[in-house]
Design a protein around this ligand. Structure first.
Ligand SMILES: NC(=O)c1ccc[n+]([C@@H]2O[C@H](COP(=O)([O-])OP(=O)(O)OC[C@H]3O[C@@H](n4cnc5c(N)ncnc54)[C@H](O)[C@@H]3O)[C@@H](O)[C@H]2O)c1
Length: 331
């Protein structure tokens, strides 16, 4: 298949080329014949997933609220791969009508959906328990919990009928709120979705549908020098969380916090996980676990632990405090 370098004035992307990952089973055909739905697929993590999946031969339905970025994602992916492999559908994952429309459009275009990547989230919905608006918590749950459940109900029954499917979720490692996350509205919503996903793993056990959570910790292309200063607080605003350098230092020294991971590399990790979905069923782990298993030392070779000895999500103290997820690649 013809691959092309495509640029975009709207999307924050770099060229994607996964051809050095053949030893991990990642080839231009490794997902051929598969169709994936990626919610929130028009930005950062989800965009990286969608591009990597299409590079690997899959058809991709990008379901996102952002129409401009979504249309551009469809153009970029189709041009990159030289085939009509990407469909953008404008979707608010909190709307049953939109999810029904997504299902209809995906099936009309590609005939089936084999892979569901629940990734959409509004990360700006955040704040402390004491002072946040209840409506913000509600919105967080609408996207994270309701949106994930409706997408599961739309696509998983047909996967069970066909005896094949993969469902995954972009989880967070913070299921309760350490100071650096700045509030619990985000983490509470994420925890609800993780709970649904890990419960689904039990419900579909033995039916050919594989379910796992992948935590894209630190996946972003951010130019910190271009980041605007935060606006000065107005009277009545909830207090900003205090920046705790010690906490930050501790976080950065934790396995898995290797710095920023480009979304294209995050996408490669997702493809690898999809290829190994059966092994990962019932697991939750960090993107760097996938890199360890891939022997793909990115982005700082010196900080990546050798394959086989990668840490597991349950080892992370913050996660342990909340829940126990499965063991990931080393099981
Ligand atoms: N970036 C990270 O390092 C990181 C770490 C842990 C978890 N995550 C999770 O990964 C996911 C993606 O993160 P990101 O950094 O790419 O975020 P992002 O804000 O860049 O992208 C989120 C996408 O979701 C879309 N979206 C928001 N609300 C929606 C809705 N109601 N319906 C449909 N689409 C909607 C947005 O338009 C956007 O395209 C999120 O679920 C986030 O919680 C990210």
């Amino acid at each position: 298949m013809a691959k092309k370098t495509v640029t975009s004035e709207i999307l924050n992307i770099e060229p994607i080329d996964l051809s050095n990952l053949a030893s991990c089973g990642i080839t231009e055909e490794c997902l051929a014949g598969k169709t994936a739905v990626v919610t929130g697929g028009a930005s950062n993590v989800g965009l990286g997933y969608a591009r990597a999946l299409a590079w690997s031969g899959a058809n991709v339905v990008v379901a996102d609220l952002n129409e401009t970025a979504g249309n551009e994602t469809q153009r970029v992916i189709n041009e990159e791969n030289g085939r009509d492999c990407c469909l953008f559908v404008k979707v608010n994952v909190t709307s049953q009508e939109d999810i029904n429309n997504l299902k209809e459009k995906a099936l009309a275009k590609f005939g089936k959906v084999d892979i569901l990547i629940n990734n959409a989230m509004n990360m700006r919905l955040n704040g402390p328990v004491l002072t946040s608006k209840v409506e913000d918590l509600e919105s967080s749950f609408q996207i994270s919990a309701k949106g994930v459940m409706m997408a599961i109900q739309a696509f998983v029954p047909a996967m069970i009928e066909r005896g094949y499917g993969v469902v995954t979720y972009s989880a967070t490692q913070f299921h309760y709120c350490p100071p650096m996350v700045g509030g619990t509205i985000y983490t509470a919503g994420k925890a609800a979705a993780t709970s649904l996903i890990m419960s689904l793993a039990n419900e579909v056990k033995g039916k050919g549908v594989y379910v796992f959570c992948l935590t894209p910790a630190g996946v972003a292309r951010i130019d910190f020098s271009k980041m605007p200063a935060p606006p000065a607080p107005k009277p009545g605003d909830p207090p900003m969380p205090k920046f705790d350098p010690q906490m930050m230092k501790r976080m950065m020294s934790m396995p898995g916090f290797d710095g920023m991971v480009p979304p294209e590399a995050g996408g490669a990790a997702m493809v690898y996980c999809l290829l190994n979905a059966e092994k990962l069923h019932g697991s939750g782990f960090l993107v760097s676990d996938a890199f360890n298993a891939m022997n793909f030392p990115y982005p700082k070779p010196e900080t990546v632990m050798p394959p086989q000895k990668g840490h597991r999500l349950p080892d992370m103290e913050l996660t342990m405090a909340f829940c126990t997820m499965g063991p990931g690649f080393d099981a």
